[in-house]
Ligand binder design. Sequence first.
Ligand code: 6PG
Length: 472
Amino acid sequence: MSQAEIGLIGLGVMGSNLALNIAEKGNRIAVFNRTTTRTDAFMASAGNLAAELVPAKTMEDFIASIRPPRPVIIMVKAGEPVDEQIAVLKKLMAKNDIIIDAGNANFRDTMRRFRELEGIGLTFIGMGVSGGEEGARHGPSIMVGGTPESYARVEKVLIAISAKFKGDPCCAWLGPNGAGHFVKTIHNGIEYADMQMIAEIYGVLRDGLGMKPKAIGEVFAKWNKGRLNSYLIEITAAVLAANDPKTGAPIVDVILDSAGQKGTGRWAVIEAQMMGVPATAIEAAVAARSLSAMKKERVTASAVFTKAGSNSLGDPNSLIDKLELALFAGKIAAYAQGFAVMEAASKEFSWNLPMATIARIWRAGCIIRSQFLDTIASAFEQNKGLSNLLLAPDFVTMMQGATPALRHIVARGAQEGLPLPALSSALAYFDSYRQARGTANLIQAQRDFFGAHGFKRLDAEGDFHGPWGSGN
Ligand code: 6PG
């Protein structure tokens, strides 16, 4: 029997689906799971694809069945389980073998693992995979970080299994060591902002206009045919149309309003803060999830304060078009922030991240996939060295057209007590970004007043202090 082209450890849903995808594209793949009953069950359910699968009962057999240099994908829970798996693998693997972490790892862990393995002659790939279970099975977006040589060994398989946008594979090598996992983290940060802004608009339609889920779903379905066309808008429409089999009520009405988070959004914000890059819409989205989880306190507070925003925004027809544009403007600002964070990281870690390629491999397969990413890719292609998406000519035009609506919705939401944290942060970011003369002159004066931190002047070079303290 010929050797496997690649191996995969961890036959959970994502791992199983990825393995089946790899097999389906005609690549022989060795599979291993710590519990062998799971491997047996997986093989039994693989149908015709079982012919391309090489199940192993021991780690030794698993390694021996792969063609050297051996690429092994590990699909286990992020964090310690990855280190445990690496510890086992490195005892069995030979020089130039490649360990590929396809989970949602913190890129700082990826950098550390890369260094550690490099020291013993092995190589490591940190691979961001987006698209959920369905994506893993039929075509995810794949963001690779590692050495070009290790990527060359697995490129054919990864390109084959990735999603395609009009025939273009949504898979690319993005840079060394932690680059792939960093880009995946920012993808998730943008995903958080996108989802939060959609939820805020849903809140306006529900609480500001008194619309029912089915009608709101129809609005999102209509928007999905226009400028907002995207996977997240599409599934929002589907979710709002679905009924609870138990009660017959719209399913969204029976779901607890407390959002989970596994940490990637928070990492995106932490890294942005560490580099001093404002990512306000992403920050607001992460904070909004945390606030959503404070259900008990919110219930208490709602009884203390007067109820705000009940069906008070008037005629839906006059507002719906504005809501669509407001969401579009907020989305542009959030993506601009995400790309600015990647730009800063690219410099900080000398990754030379290819922004246009990143936008291109996000056009299909991943959770934030959309036509809009094609426009972003073009902006980065046409404007080499673009510091912020908001400065790209097409985006200037789009923002000029959409900002008045965002301003209107944020203002009306504020008046009626409807929380719009991500949309209002996006607007404040935009207004601050395009303000030539800001207000930080006052902050500099205050800093100098209480701490003699000094300030620069508009009319002279050098560092200066104010007249305070001298009795002037
Ligand atoms: C993806 C998703 C995926 C996962 C997130 C959800 O790109 O396929 O982002 O990675 O759904 O981890 O994250 P939260 O649980 O933090 O919402």
